[in-house]
Design a protein around this ligand. Structure first.
Ligand code: ASP
Ligand code: MG
Length: 322
């Protein structure tokens, strides 16, 4: 089987992971995860971010389309109180509304459901339920977002290295210090260097995390209609791991958003509030991103499969005992 990203895992290790008894063997991962989460949250609060709680059912969610990396086999819709709602694929729409009307700088630990295709079980890098550490900042640019994640990630790694030396040793994990600022490269440069396959190759070629910019995808990311450049970004981790953050500077003009929504074949009525605020000139420019919490912790502990850091693994195609 050819892997898209991440590490190879086999059916036997997946079967083992989805048995409830395997929780016991992975207790060290949860201890490391606690230090990682505590450090990132503390750093964000120190930087003046407000802590906002998530929603999980809504009339609107991230369309996850078009996205070159998407492989969603099912979008979940259900009816409550006579209304159709969806389970949250990401809180991007809610973040854009909140940053415009409410706190201008906040973070959310946001649970997402993405029913990925079964074959993604073997990448070791995909889950059907996971958590993003989302941030959004009014009037920010991409470099501002880079600095925030570089700071919280390097602080978390530093703290784990200092306070959990024995645990890392028991796990056989040699965790290198992260050294910001991380390198920034555009997708176009990567295509030239590695070909269309850059996404799979990059995590094996780099020694430190790298920001990749300019990726054509969902309408809410800022696109310069004149140059064709997208002001968005992903962060890639080394050692074969892969993408751990996605984010962007955002669209805020009504006409432009509507044009892109139509171009993508989406329904304008699904983004009614966003479009109304934009039409009234109340949608603020902002930038933000989301970090895959399980992915980052999996990198820190040196896991083979990202589900190893979930007490109840959510591996595409495999519904576990609990
Ligand atoms: N969290 C991402 C963002 O802020 C959206 C995503 O989940 O891909 O752009
Ligand atoms: Mg996205």
């Amino acid at each position: 089987m050819v892997l898209e990203v991440g590490r190879r895992v086999d059916d036997a290790s997946i079967a083992e992971l989805t048995r409830a008894d395997s929780i016991e063997k992975r207790r060290a991962h949860f201890a490391v995860g606690t230090v990682v989460l505590k450090t990132m949250v503390e750093e964000l609060i120190d930087m003046g971010f407000e802590w906002v709680l998530p929603v999980m059912l809504s009339r609107t969610t991230d369309p996850l389309w078009p996205d070159p990396g998407a492989s969603i086999e099912k979008r979940i819709e259900l009816e409550i109180y006579g209304e159709r709602v969806r389970t949250m694929q990401s809180m991007i729409v809610h973040k854009r509304v909140l940053v415009s009307l409410g706190p201008e700088k906040f973070f959310i630990l946001s649970p997402n459901i993405r029913i990925e295709k079964r074959e993604r079980a073997y990448t070791g890098w995909h889950l059907y339920e996971f958590t993003q550490l989302e941030i959004e900042m009014a009037y920010a640019r991409m470099q501002d977002v880079f600095r925030v994640y570089e700071r919280i990630m390097s602080a978390a790694v530093r703290r784990v290295r200092e306070e959990m030396r024995d645990v890392l040793q028991a796990l056989g994990r040699e965790l290198p210090e992260l050294r910001p600022p991380f390198k920034v490269v555009s997708r176009r440069e990567l295509v030239k260097k590695y070909g269309e396959d850059w996404e799979r190759r990059l995590p094996h070629e780099i020694r430190e995390p790298v920001w990749v910019t300019d990726i054509p995808r969902e309408f809410y990311d800022y696109e310069d209609f004149e140059t064709g450049e997208w002001r968005n970004y992903d962060l890639y981790l080394p050692e074969g791991y892969g993408e751990v953050i996605s984010g962007a500077e955002r669209e805020y003009e009504y006409e432009k958003m509507l044009t892109k929504i139509k171009r993508d074949g989406l329904r304008a009525e699904d983004f009614e509030v966003l479009l109304r605020l934009a039409r009234e000139g109340r949608l603020k420019p902002s930038a933000g991103a989301g970090l895959g919490v399980e992915r980052f912790i999996a990198y820190v502990v040196g896991a083979r499969h990202v589900a190893e850091v979930q007490p109840f693994p959510r591996i595409p195609g495999f519904v576990g005992e609990l």
